[in-house]
Design a protein around this ligand. Structure first.
Ligand SMILES: [Zn+2]
Length: 311
């Protein structure tokens, strides 16, 4: 049964548009808090995650930012397949990473004698997570910026930007190499500093919910939050077809490093609905995985433009 939209001039619409982002974000994090304290943290975290996906899906029908993004682009299957593959990979990396400090301690302790003393484990967990978020964000920022500014990485990241609609389902549409690159740059420094497992769990949870919301097609008004967090409004600019608008707002959770390095972009007008790339992405999941590895595939990704166009 189709869900009727809420009239944009109603009071309910105004209240929801300013409260939905904090509610869904806060609700997800509160759910994660209880999941992590439960006997089965992975199961319950996934229940919370899917509940937030479902809630976003409902509000995308009730109060869409762009009605034209309701039209199918025929990519939903590929979106989910890339999401599952990248999530699986990141979990393997995290599992290996969880034992990494132990490996360092065992084999490289004489070289990294100060290793265990660097992370402030005596701080409250909340403060450790905030510190971890800012440090991880530094890696996420540069991984993402390089993915836009260097052809070596853009060939993989183009898959994510090839979508012509934003909705919750294509949040995790990343080429597996793109995901791996980002995971390495954001997580390895924390491992080397000796951050404990709960810090990684919480950074993963925060990133998961921010990511779901940045792609949502809900008409949320985020106001001052746009100066602190990576909000849907900032991320829509990032997906703009115009390079001058799209090569901005690289941060994934907190927007600090964009402010510091001068790539923050938030002009006072409605954010872009004309999103996508000028090149062509292959049809089909396996072809999309293989495309960046061949010269012909790369030419398609670049849309016939000279390679320098993305350098
Ligand atoms: Zn990007």
């Amino acid at each position: 049964m189709p869900i009727p939209a809420i009239g944009p001039t109603t009071r309910a619409y105004s209240i929801l548009s300013v409260s939905l982002w904090p509610l869904l974000y806060g609700g997800g994090l509160l759910g994660a808090y209880f999941a992590f304290r439960s006997e089965r943290p992975v199961l319950w975290f996934n229940v919370v995650y899917l509940s937030v996906v479902l809630a976003i899906g409902v509000f995308e029908r009730l109060m869409p930012y762009a009605r034209r993004w309701h039209h199918s682009d025929g990519e939903a299957f590929n979106d989910v397949a890339h999401t599952l593959m990248s999530k699986g990979l990141v979990q393997v990396v995290a599992a290996v990473g969880a034992s990494f400090p132990l490996l360092v301690a065992t084999f490289a302790q004489p070289v990294l004698a100060t290793h265990n003393g660097l992370w402030p484990t005596q701080w409250p967990l909340f403060a450790q997570v905030v510190l971890g978020l800012f440090l991880a964000e530094f890696g996420l920022y540069w991984a993402h910026r390089l993915a836009h500014e260097r052809l070596t990485f853009w060939r993989f990241h183009a898959l994510h930007h090839s979508v012509v609609r934003l909705w919750v389902v294509n949040t995790g549409r990343f080429h597996i190499v793109d995901s791996l690159f980002k995971a390495i740059l954001s997580q390895v420094p924390l491992y080397l500093l000796g951050a404990p497992l709960p810090v990684f769990l919480w950074i993963g949870a925060v990133t998961a919910f921010t990511g779901l919301l940045t792609h949502c097609n809900i008409d949320v008004r985020t106001g001052w939050l746009d100066y602190v967090f990576s909000t849907p409004r900032l991320h829509r600019w990032h997906h703009s077809r115009k390079l001058s608008e799209g090569n901005t707002n690289y941060c994934e959770n907190v927007i600090l490093w964009d402010q510091v390095f001068g790539t923050y972009f938030n002009p006072p007008r409605p954010s872009s609905v004309d999103i996508g790339i000028s090149g062509t992405i292959a049809r089909g999941f396996l072809r999309q995985l293989a495309q960046p590895f061949s010269a012909a595939g790369l030419r398609e990704i670049l849309g016939g433009r000279p390679a320098e166009a993305q350098e």
